[in-house]
Design a binder for this molecule. Structure first.
Ligand SMILES: [Zn+2]
Length: 456
């Protein structure tokens, strides 16, 4: 059988360990794209299978789900002009560079970010794209092309910025779009690409960048449009103390009241960061089932604060994990992000209150719920066969006792195999059908040219 060929039925036999609520010691059976059987130790499939895959040296996770990213930022990693700055200053350093993005940049950056995510065990990812400079108005279409090339599931969010410096916002006018164009293109990409069915590979959500870069009218109009089209909604919220001050000065309100007044306090919304909330606000968010994308690396790089993730989850919020954009992380590695979330939340709440299983839940089922999906994020019958296989053969794992705990405690960073919908996408650490050296060459060149165009 060729590497990328789909087996009709496959038995993943006798894995070393499995992250599942069920006993899967004997492995799992996949038919086409779906998990059809979970086998207890010593059990065999009910029917004859086409392929038996020996997993006795492998730890098996549901494919990881990333809830927040900005793929284009892979072109501005570790940008000298933005080092050692907090969010608002960091953004102001980068906006003029991002204003020079061209269509092929979006395609290459998306390919590279997806490749990096896939190799880290991620099978589904959201992206928040809010930059549409002149000539790059079809950025969403470029992302769709790249996601199909990589064979991953994506929720691409049609972002927007419409509140410039001259109106009291943060971004310069050169990166803004007018609101009519934003809403028109949002409806277009939803109609062309959004697939709401189980097993979907492509979903669209609507995502004004942040309250300090769009008008209140656009927040409200976006909510109305999303409700009409049956789409989910996403934005950045309560990331920094500066943002809370901005709310008080410009709107004379707090982020959560602003969210409610704009029609955003409901279970079709997931927000990135969600750090600076009072206890009462956490309860309101939980009651409304607003999803939270916890982005620990980004929050630490920008010194934004620590998300009360555990409390938000207890209150009723779906809790997911996001790597955030690659200019504030500065990588796209989901299994590493789970380790960072585990360590950061443990440092906040204590060793006895946060376990590696909490971090795994956030990065799988919790993230899937944020994206409004119940067909992925779990190893269970009837779920999509999205799987990440890790081998504990590196030096860092030698002598490890609990295989699942070792992935986070010892710092796993790359999956050995990855399957999306029953289709192998990574085999032996290599992405199927992708020349990664060529992609990196083109990506490095694009990053250099972008800085040249921006005058660096
Ligand atoms: Zn972000």
């Amino acid at each position: 059988m060729k590497q990328n060929e789909v087996a009709k039925t496959i038995w993943i036999r006798n894995p070393k360990a499995v992250l599942s609520d069920f006993d899967c010691g004997g492995g799992i059976v996949i038919a086409d794209s779906i998990i059809t059987e979970l086998l207890s130790s010593g059990d065999r499939p009910k029917r004859k299978v086409d392929v038996v895959f020996d997993a006795s040296d492998l730890v098996l996770l549901p494919g990881l789900v990333n809830t927040h990213h900005h793929f284009y930022q892979t072109l501005t990693r570790a940008f000298k002009g933005a080092l050692n700055k907090s969010l608002f200053h960091w953004l102001k350093s980068l906006y003029p560079v991002w204003a020079k993005l061209e269509p092929e940049d979006i395609h290459i950056a998306t390919q590279l970010a997806l490749a990096e995510l896939l190799l880290s065990g991620c099978t589904t990812t959201a992206d928040h794209h809010y930059l549409f400079p002149k000539g790059a108005e079809d950025a969403m279409d470029a992302q769709v092309v790249a996601s199909r090339e990589l064979g991953m599931r994506v929720t691409i969010t049609r972002g927007s910025m419409s509140l410039g410096e001259d109106q009291g916002g943060l971004p310069p006018s050169e990166v803004l779009q007018n609101e009519e164009a934003i809403l028109c293109d949002s409806a277009r990409v939803a109609s062309e690409y959004h697939d709401p069915e189980p097993g979907s590979f492509l979903q669209i959500a609507l995502a004004p960048c942040s309250p300090f870069s769009v008008t209140t009218e656009l927040m409200k109009e976006t909510s109305l449009l999303a409700n009409k089209l049956g789409l989910r909604m996403h934005t950045h919220l309560a990331e920094t103390k500066d943002e809370i001050d901005f709310f008080a000065e410009k709107f004379n309100t707090a982020p959560l009241d602003y969210l409610e007044d704009s029609g955003w306090l409901n279970d079709r919304v997931w927000i990135a960061h969600g750090i600076h909330f009072a206890d009462k606000e956490i309860l309101r968010l939980g009651k409304s089932k607003v999803g939270i994308s916890h982005c620990p690396s980004s929050n630490m790089v920008l010194g934004s604060g620590i998300c009360p993730a555990s409390r938000l989850e207890e209150a009723g919020c779906p809790l997911g994990i996001g790597v955030d954009g690659s200019a504030s992380n500065d990588c796209s590695n989901m299994i590493q992000e789970l380790r960072i979330a585990f360590l950061l939340q443990r440092s906040k709440y204590g060793a006895q209150n946060i376990s590696h299983l909490d971090a795994f839940r956030w990065g799988t089922k919790g993230s899937a719920t944020c994206l409004g999906r119940n067909d992925i994020g779990e190893i269970a019958t009837g779920r999509q066969a999205d799987l990440a296989f890790f081998e504990l053969s590196e030096l860092r794992f030698s002598g490890a006792n609990d295989p699942l705990a070792a992935l986070l405690l010892s710092g796993a960073h790359q999956a050995k195999h990855v399957m999306v919908g029953g289709n192998w996408r990574v085999r032996d650490g290599q992405i199927c059908d992708l020349d990664i050296e060529d992609l990196m060459y083109r990506h490095r060149d694009a990053a250099e040219q972008l800085l040249v165009r921006a005058g660096y």
